[in-house]
Design a binder for this molecule. Structure first.
Ligand code: FDM
Ligand code: MG
Length: 212
């Protein structure tokens, strides 16, 4: 029998929710329990496309809104062969942002609907689990100021949260909302529970296609 595949696990959430910290903690905990796991993040700023995106986010360049949306999507698609290979090798991938951020952020701009924003990502590897780290704007503010990058304002993040709320109504995706206002260990324990479940379930199922 073929060896068991890894699970595709995504962490999403608003700014300051602790996604990056929790992705690292999760991968460490999985590895320590003998489960192969690797962290990935989108945008992956290391590729040629990723460098265009990074320069845009740092406000060093301007890009037309549709164009940058498609670049974010292309940045995911260019990593798909690598992702599939790793999952087939039994490696669980813990991903810091994915297509959901892509849709939530672009559709928070005037003139963009959810439907148009989803189209380029239709058919991407479907996550076995998407955890949304939920943090109120008040709690986020307690964690410090926003950074200097594009999109890092409370007004924009508020609309992004509304778009995420829309996306979470889609029951074809395994969404789990995590209370990110707990301390780091508390959040980690919740995330670990959901992840172990997803890993066990995924090993006997084929990888799905997102929004298809
Ligand atoms: N972002 C991220 C998008 O607008 N579209 C996407 O597809 C993705 C993956 O880029 F503001 C936004 C979200 C965030 C920024 O920031 C990336 P981090 O701090 O590198 O996650
Ligand atoms: Mg950030």
């Amino acid at each position: 029998m073929a060896s068991k595949r890894g699970a595709l696990i995504v962490l999403e959430g608003v700014d300051k929710a602790g996604k990056t910290t929790q992705c690292k903690r999760l991968v460490q905990a999985l590895q320590q329990s003998g489960r192969p796991a690797e962290v990935m993040r989108f945008p992956d700023r290391t590729t040629t496309i990723g460098q265009l995106i990074s320069s845009y986010l740092e406000k060093k360049s301007d890009l037309e809104d549709h164009t940058v949306h498609l670049l974010f999507s292309a940045n995911r698609w260019e990593l798909v062969p690598t992702m599939k290979k790793k999952l087939e090798q039994g490696i669980t991938l813990v991903v810091d942002r994915y297509a959901f951020s892509g849709v939530a952020f672009t559709s928070a701009k005037p003139g963009f609907c959810l439907d148009w924003c989803m189209k380029p990502d239709v058919g991407l590897p479907k996550p076995d689990l998407v955890m949304f780290l939920k943090l109120s704007p008040a709690d986020a503010a307690l964690r410090g100021q926003f950074g200097e990058e594009r999109y890092e304002t409370s007004a924009f993040q508020k609309v992004v949260q509304q778009r995420f709320d829309e996306l979470m109504k889609d029951t074809s995706v395994n969404w789990q909302v995590i209370d990110a206002s707990q301390n780091i260990d508390g959040v980690h324990n919740n995330i670990m529970d959901h992840s172990l479940n997803a890993i066990n379930t995924a090993q006997n199922l084929p990888l799905g296609e997102l929004w298809k």
